[in-house]
Design a binder for this molecule. Structure first.
Ligand SMILES: Cc1cc2nc3c(=O)[nH]c(=O)nc-3n(C[C@H](O)[C@H](O)[C@H](O)COP(=O)(O)OP(=O)(O)OC[C@H]3O[C@@H](n4cnc5c(N)ncnc54)[C@H](O)[C@@H]3O)c2cc1C
Length: 461
């Protein structure tokens, strides 16, 4: 079994040859630090809006080395933050509704660009299913549905599926019901990011790899091989942000881990179904997420070890055997027939979590510094919307996107260690206890346990 090696997604398509590193100091109109979805989409839309712009991208490893080449492949319209917190923006609830509508449209925008640029990302817009496998989880689904309706989201946006209707799409052992939303697509993440990087370089963006940026200051991105001087410098480093000077407490690098099975037999697929390629999650507190891959496997993820002391990062995605075993148990419980296919690869990556769990798109015209991220695990579609928004902000264009409530959203900083480590680990200890009790049919106090975890961590409801 492979462990790490960046991700199964990259191993399946082959790690890319490196593009050249920055050869020395240079000037640009816009310098983008980090070549994941956020940086690449920003570059893509900037060049389309103004082909004359000199855009330089600096990437420490290679385009898609981070979460963008390792994720669960959900192009999801899920809000990367809390409705009530975004509603504190002057545009109030209407601003939140607009942000959610733009996110839903973004799923189609990603599909449109894939088609236009010839990016074969295995994109299928089959929607997303959130299943309940206990009475307590089912109760949470129904509460969520009430909340959705109170925000004006009708049956076309989200609806409840009973056990039988769910089984007609996908058979998950022990499932009692699900919420279904059509606004999600499945992709092979590395194919998406690699295709996007090619589209961006085709458009004339200079993308330098193997070029770690040591610091960002107004007008400069400094690297060991020379500085890029640019009036606009954009930080698009999400889960890696804590490594940059002055940013240690901006975004917490939250770890997420994945496994992928070998290809399932056609008998196994016949018994599971899943012909619509919906993305799949559950309603556990320490939730799982999964997809049917383009090559006939199940890729499944969950939290594993959520956070490393001092905002430490992983080494090319290697995960401990205990996390592989934990994810394997979820796989066997939900899909007993998948056991025959075995687990072929495991890996992890980091995503960025702000203290209030709400993503931000930011541009300070006084300093020329901007950034976007903190998508809290919902970054695949959100990075496209953030990239389009940053492109408008950089060009000083006022648009419906620049009026969305995540633009300029201020999140507090994280506590220093060891409080940060203790907080995240207590949260997940409480979540796991709550999930264990619910699995054993004991639920009355589990919501209190989970709520205590939410209060510690600041997770909104
Ligand atoms: C395992 C996992 C599963 C996930 N599943 C989903 C999902 O299914 N759906 C979803 O919506 N979201 C998911 N996410 C979150 C999503 O993948 C991320 O939010 C998104 O990819 C962030 O993109 P980004 O470009 O902002 O950051 P990244 O993709 O992390 O890119 C940042 C880039 O910056 C580079 N970099 C960092 N520091 C420097 C520096 N100093 N100098 C130069 N370059 C630097 C890194 O090498 C990296 O390439 C998941 C994340 C993980 C880890």
């Amino acid at each position: 079994m492979h462990n790490g090696e960046v991700s199964y997604w990259w191993q399946a398509r082959g790690l890319p040859p490196r593009r050249p590193a920055l050869p020395g100091g240079t000037d640009a109109d816009v310098c983008i630090v980090g070549a994941g979805y956020t940086g690449l989409w920003t570059a893509y839309y900037l060049k389309r809006a103004d082909p004359a712009l000199r855009v330089v991208m600096l990437e420490a490893e290679f385009a898609g080395y981070g979460a963008s080449g390792r994720n669960g492949g959900w192009v999801t319209a899920a809000l990367p933050g809390s409705r009530s917190r975004y509603a504190a923006h002057p545009r109030g609830a209407q601003g939140v509704r607009d942000l959610e509508r733009h996110l839903r449209e973004t799923v189609n925008e990603v599909a449109r660009i894939c088609a236009a640029e010839g990016i074969d990302a295995g994109l299928v817009k089959g929607g997303t299913l959130s299943v309940a496998t206990s009475a307590a989880q089912d109760a949470r689904l129904r509460q969520q549905l009430v909340a959705e309706r109170s925000w004006g989201n009708d049956e076309t946006i989200v609806r409840y599926l009973g056990k039988e209707e769910l089984a007609g799409r996908l058979k998950v052992a022990g499932a009692v019901g699900a919420l279904y939303s059509p606004d999600c697509a499945r992709v092979q993440p590395a194919n998406l990011v690699a295709g996007l990087a090619e589209a961006v370089t085709r458009s004339g963006v200079l993308l330098y790899e193997g070029t770690p940026v040591a610091s960002i200051t107004p007008g400069f991105a400094r690297t060991p091989g020379g500085d890029v001087r640019a009036p606009i410098v954009l930080r698009c480093t999400e889960g890696f942000t804590a490594e940059l000077p002055g940013q240690h407490r901006t975004l917490l690098p939250m770890n997420s881990s994945m496994i992928v099975t070998g290809p399932l037999s056609s008998d196994a697929w016949r018994s599971i179904g899943w012909d619509g390629c919906e993305t799949l999650g559950d309603e556990a507190h320490a939730y799982m997420y999964a997809q049917r891959t383009v090559d006939g496997r199940i890729a499944l993820g969950g939290r594993g070890i959520p956070y490393r002391f001092g905002s430490g990062l992983d080494h090319d995605g290697v995960i401990p055997p205990s996390t592989i075993a934990q994810l394997g148990r979820i796989l066997r419980r939900m899909f007993p027939v998948a056991t025959e296919a075995g687990i072929e690869h495991a890996w992890c990556g980091v995503l960025g979590v702000p203290r209030d769990w709400c993503a931000t798109v930011m541009m300070d015209p006084r300093t020329g510094l901007g950034w976007a991220g903190g998508y809290t695990g919902h970054g695949v579609a959100a990075a496209n919307l953030a990239g389009r928004t940053l492109a408008d902000l950089v060009r000083g264009v006022s648009s419906p996107l620049t009026a969305l409530p995540w633009v300029g959203h201020p999140s507090p900083r994280w506590e220093p260690e060891p409080l940060r480590w203790a907080g995240v680990h207590s949260l997940y200890a409480l979540y796991r206890t709550a999930d264990r009790l619910e699995g054993a049919g004991r639920s009355p106090r589990t919501s209190l346990l989970a709520r205590a975890g939410d209060l510690i961590s600041g997770i909104p409801h």
